[in-house]
Design a protein around this ligand. Structure first.
Ligand code: PMP
Length: 354
């Protein structure tokens, strides 16, 4: 830390992304990326922009916004495109929360929420998940807080029905409710259909997982036109060219390749079902995930130890050294072959332990 950093930021603990080691080739099941490359259309679209990089990108992401609006059945003025969904979350925290409008989110959820809150100096309340890691919607009903819910939640993979989301949104009409749908495409139900009815609902999404574009950094927010206008104000006061040319073109192409996207999502769901069955057969507790990962623990080996043993054998999973969940690992769903290697390796580790 330099002697110039302002006191307000001196205690800021940045978000720790999943490790990206370069020492060897790993089967990477630690950051919820897609195991599938982007579609050929996306690759061609990126290449098509390379010779135009001397020009700024379109600050309104007009074409991408239009295609997103078509895809989600809303108007373009109900959409903001951002540099990953992390950016729209940060914009929303900045725009809709402060000391007088504190935040509420789960104790076990996406680790960036407390970091954005601290960065923007927003007080927050963490709401304990139930014993089984599910969210009790009652904890958020009529509390008058700015609510953030990852649905499906990470790292648990559990999701709330949209009827429960609606109750929370309807009960807090004077505060924004942010529903982070980073993982919604793997079998959960989206709250986007509620945005026309509730002007306090912001739904966020990403191309990082289901559309195989984590490296391109593309996310979006969907809400009422007024709410989205506020987010554009923050965006244009931060970085008007927040979506670069290659990524905007890639996003349009990804939306055009709807068949490729749907096929990949279904494969992930199948592989998730298979992995869940195999892990349960080995004695693991695995909550029913609707995301592209599962959350698993076993009494046969500690969470951290299993993570380390897998890493030694070339498989990366995500372990959180955090109360309530240190017995668990979050395992991204990969290809069927990767999942078979994972299960085989876990069996070996468990046998060696015995
Ligand atoms: N929300 C949740 C719950 C996540 O797990 C992630 C991925 N780390 C994000 C949002 C942000 O993803 P991205 O910025 O890549 O869209």
């Amino acid at each position: 830390m330099s002697r110039f950093l302002i006191p307000g930021l001196s205690a800021l603990e940045p978000y720790t992304p999943g490790e990206q080691p370069r020492d060897r080739r790993y089967i990477k099941l630690n950051t919820n990326e897609s195991p599938f490359p982007p579609s050929q259309g996306v690759i061609d679209a990126v290449n098509g922009q390379a010779g135009l990089l001397q020009l700024y990108s379109d600050p309104d992401s007009t074409e991408l916004t239009r295609r997103l609006a078509e895809t989600y059945g809303v108007e373009p003025r109900q959409i903001i495109a951002t540099n990953g969904s992390d950016e729209v979350l940060n914009f929303a925290f900045l725009a809709f929360a402060d000391a007088a409008h504190p935040l509420a989110f789960a104790d076990i959820t996406y680790g960036f929420y407390p970091v954005f809150a601290a960065l923007n100096r927003i007080p927050y309340r963490t709401v304990p998940l139930k014993e089984d890691f599910s969210i009790d919607p009652g904890d958020y009903i009529g509390t008058g807080e700015t609510v953030v819910i990852a649905n499906p939640n990470a790292p648990t993979g559990l999701c709330l029905p949209v009827s429960d989301i609606e109750r929370i949104v309807a009960s807090n009409p004077d505060r924004v409710v942010i529903v982070d749908e980073a993982y919604v495409d793997f079998g959960a139900e989206s709250a986007v259909r509620l945005v026309d009815r509730y002007d306090n609902l912001l739904v966020t999404g990403t191309f990082s997982k289901s559309r195989s574009m984590a490296g391109a950094r593309l996310g979006f927010g969907i809400g009422s036109p007024a709410l989205i206008a506020d987010l554009h104000t923050v965006r244009c006061s931060t970085n008007p060219y927040n979506v670069n040319r290659m990524t905007a073109a890639a996003g349009v192409a990804a939306l055009e390749d709807a068949g490729y996207f749907r096929r990949n999502c279904r494969i992930i769901e199948q592989n998730r079902g298979e992995l869940t069955r195999e892990l349960r057969a080995l004695g693991f507790a695995v909550p029913d995930s609707k995301a592209n990962f599962v959350f698993a623990r076993t009494g046969r080996i500690g969470g951290r130890q299993l993570y380390l043993e897998l890493k030694k054998r070339g498989i990366l999973v995500r372990h959180f050294e955090k109360e309530r969940i240190r017995d668990y690992n979050r395992i991204t769903i990969g290809t069927a072959e990767q999942m078979q290697t994972l299960v085989r390796t876990i069996k070996q580790i468990l046998e060696e332990q015995a």
